[in-house]
Design a protein around this ligand. Sequence first.
Ligand SMILES: Cc1cc2nc3c(=O)[nH]c(=O)nc-3n(C[C@H](O)[C@H](O)[C@H](O)COP(=O)(O)OP(=O)(O)OC[C@H]3O[C@@H](n4cnc5c(N)ncnc54)[C@H](O)[C@@H]3O)c2cc1C
Ligand code: SF4
Length: 332
Amino acid sequence: MRPFDYHRPENLPQALATLRDAGDAALPLAGGTTLYDLMKIGVETPDAVVDIHRLPELDHVGVAGGELVIGAGTRMARAAAHPAVMRDFPAVSQSLWRAASQQLRNMATIGGNLLQRTRCTYFRGGAPFPCNKRDPGSGCAAIGGRDGGHAVLGVSDDCIATYPGDLAVALIAFDAVVDVAGPAGARTVPIAELHRSPGDTPHLEHTLNPGELITRVRVPFSDIARESTFLKVRPRESYAFALASAAVGVLRGFDGEVRECRIALGGVATRPWRATEAERVLAGRPLTAESAREAGDVAMRGARPGRDNAYKVELGARTVAEALLRAAGSER
Ligand SMILES: Cc1cc2nc3c(=O)[nH]c(=O)nc-3n(C[C@H](O)[C@H](O)[C@H](O)COP(=O)(O)OP(=O)(O)OC[C@H]3O[C@@H](n4cnc5c(N)ncnc54)[C@H](O)[C@@H]3O)c2cc1C
Ligand code: SF4
């Protein structure tokens, strides 16, 4: 492992000043469950890390001004078990419970989860494999290679890596925002604008500027968030990333027709994926196995499968359909 400096600021202003002074050479360190992994295998090579894991300003969960507010340094397990999250945002709570393992959830944070990097084996595999994300312009070993876990939505000719996180999928469905602090002051970024599509710059994964930290996540309370669920399909029931996931919410009128619905997908796309067209397909119609499946098909429209991952097109559609029926309490 390459030597690096370790900074442990006492508070948020100190952390921001240390990051500002270090510029591109430093990375924030939260729980370290992704960052240290990537440093050990030489994929991340910062000159310094700034430890924000114990900053008091970032560790909180609560309710303020009609919103759920979760500090970026809050451990995943604490946020998942908070009564307001479980009662009013079941999809958010479930997305956290179904991520990683209990040990990881006790250590890993909300901010680190949102900005975790892809699990593409070529990205993590190092020098023998060309990878535009790790080494811009070198090519992409996954395209035409072993792509069974890779994305089918939002892919580009330069990168097909799946966004691996669960939480961001639930957050994008319910219009969450992140508050950010940095050298130019504070600003707010909708979750829908936090992650980038790979395009021809797959090494640029998010829209934060150098030296910026996510300080908290805010999610508006709504009836639809209360009627939500998160369904994750994975190779085993624990400790595995999603092959496909869906965060959905459904509100129905007196006649059973869909008044409003939210659909977001994970495991199949290069970034957290909101399926607004699919949401529109259901509006004003009864929710049945057929209409839910139609919404699933629309959600997967535009999918671009490769060698081994065509199964994700069907799996994604089925996952959306099943999640909708579960959210509406009418699963088969
Ligand atoms: C075996 C294994 C299985 C896993 N399974 C799942 C799973 O099923 N679902 C899932 O969602 N995740 C899964 N994960 C990923 C895990 O959830 C992440 O490693 C974790 O959430 C990262 O949080 P952290 O606090 O440890 O972040 P770190 O590793 O400390 O940081 C991750 C990245 O975020 C940046 N960062 C951290 N905090 C901030 C901030 N506040 N502002 C700006 N940048 C920040 C860091 O610089 C770094 O680039 C798994 C991980 C492992 C090792
Ligand atoms: S899919 Fe993306 S991360 Fe994986 S090898 Fe290709 S460029 Fe690298």
